[in-house]
Ligand binder design. Structure first.
Ligand code: EPZ
Length: 421
């Protein structure tokens, strides 16, 4: 397993290109099951999660060709006859559950392994099941697999979600595009990735209104045709790299970054004393000397502060001037980065879903371990300004969601290298 070594100190200057959004792409790829015609995605990020989704779709009979060194995915659902998503692929990545709605819409049946829990929480699928059953599916859990059937096809319905689950919204919207009649989905997730999926489905001929609001209306159609769709910029990669100059000092432009993708996050950075400026090419973050101010953060669904940036924000607040309180309201176990940051000298107290961070002058490099995707990158960010060397092990977590982090940070002057163990 590889390790990443970061040597702290030195401001960062230059430009970092922002790739296509992992979490948009993982919902867009299963849409290939909804049509016999080709779906082509451009601006695709080169990540192991994307490769995993590609393998899953191939196992279902979708042709998946990676073109232009993996930046373009040409998919064809024409030969997709298999409706069973096997455990050995699904267990690697929870987002595999996003084939459930499309398989039901295409075949009238689906067998999808439950993904199993992951480090950050149990992550059940009750909201997915609730919505698809409202569309007329019968779903039963047997030996760890969801067995779903809609022998008479899916029928539009009025659905009100108990919680605006991103994945459940995506599964229900995709299934509803081919249902008979109209579906009104209330308390829907409002994340930008939902808007990106709706834009792609509309390009394929779906009739969808209201994506980005809490009520989405989908009028079912007979069939969907092919399309070509560019993947939205990755707002979590963007926020992660905005924090690099905020932590290390310097002046970095994030190419392709858009402030509208991170409204609350940008407000919180400003509150901490970090200015974000919109430029022709993206977003510019500069930090001169002087300590940043402590701020309180509460993770919420969009447009609130993203849970996927909580760990990275904590890395910044470890050296703020004062005490910050971070509340994690989306997942039940998403502070696993805290003990690792404490090995670097951070002063953090975790109680349930709340972490109190008392800022220290400077962290000290140490050997630390990645536990999940976003925790891994928060340790790298902390290492950028720590005294001495930080060695992050188990970086395979990182490769799921960040393309060549050592190149992107190294390109703006960070002292960072990946070593094979
Ligand atoms: C998506 O996961 C993202 N993944 C996650 O990003 C992100 O953290 C999450 O949305 C929240 O924004 C992808 O898009 C592939 P949810 P998802 O359903 O859809 C509970 C990353 O780091 N819940 O909105 O699984 C659930 O347990 C990943 O890139 C139910 O209880 O998130 C969680 O506590 C991590 N029952 C909360 O809702 C359900 O049926 C939010 O989950 C579904 C969800």
């Amino acid at each position: 397993m590889d390790k990443i070594i970061v040597t702290g100190g030195g401001a960062l200057n230059g430009q970092i290109p922002i790739a296509g959004a992992k979490n948009a792409c993982l919902a867009l790829m299963p849409a290939s099951l909804l049509s016999d015609e080709p779906l082509t995605l451009t601006n695709v990020p080169r990540l192991s999660d994307i490769a995993t989704m590609g393998a899953l779709l191939r196992s279902l009979g979708v042709e998946v060709a990676g073109l232009a060194d993996g930046r373009v995915l040409a998919m064809s659902g024409q030969g997709a006859e298999n409706h069973v998503a096997e455990y050995d692929i699904v267990r690697k990545m929870r987002a595999s559950n996003l084939v459930l709605g499309p398989l039901l819409a295409r075949h009238g049946r689906a067998v999808v392994s439950l993904p199993g829990g992951c480090a950050i929480g149990a992550r059940p699928m009750d909201i997915h099941v609730f919505g698809l059953e409202k569309l007329g599916a019968e779903i039963e859990l047997r030996e760890g697999y969801l067995h779903a059937g809609a022998p008479n096809g899916l029928k539009g319905a009025e659905i009100a979600l108990a919680f605006p689950s991103v994945g459940a919204t995506e599964n229900i919207v995709m299934a509803a595009t081919l249902a008979r009649g109209t579906t009104v989905l209330k308390n829907a997730a409002r994340e930008p990735e939902i808007c990106d999926l709706a834009a792609c489905l509309r390009a394929m001929g779906a009739q969808i209104e209201g994506a980005g609001s809490d009520t989405i209306v989908i009028k079912g159609v007979e069939r969907l045709h092919g399309a070509t769709h560019p993947v939205l910029p990755d707002r979590i990669e963007l926020g992660t790299y905005m924090l690099a100059p905020a932590i290390a000092g310097g002046d970095v432009e994030l190419l392709g970054g858009r402030a509208d993708l991170l409204p609350t996050f940008c407000e919180k950075l400003a509150e901490a004393g970090i200015t974000v400026e919109e430029t022709e090419a993206g977003l510019r973050v500069a930090r001169r000397n002087g300590r940043i101010r402590a701020v309180d953060v509460r993770t919420e669904v969009f447009p609130g502060f993203p849970t996927d940036l909580q760990a990275q924000m904590m890395a910044l607040l470890c050296t703020a001037d004062g005490e910050s309180v971070l509340e994690e309201t989306i997942f039940e176990n998403r502070f696993m980065h805290a003990p690792e940051l404490m090995r670097m000298g951070a002063d953090i107290e975790v109680q349930g879903g709340t972490a109190r961070v008392r800022g220290v002058r400077r962290l000290k490099g140490a050997p630390v371990m990645a536990t999940d995707l976003r925790a891994s990158v928060s340790l790298i960010l902390a290492g950028l300004a720590a005294e001495g060397e930080t060695v992050v092990s188990r970086v395979y977590h990182l490769d799921r969601g960040y393309e060549h982090v050592e190149q992107k940070l190294g390109g703006v002057g960070a002292r960072i290298e990946r070593v094979k163990e």
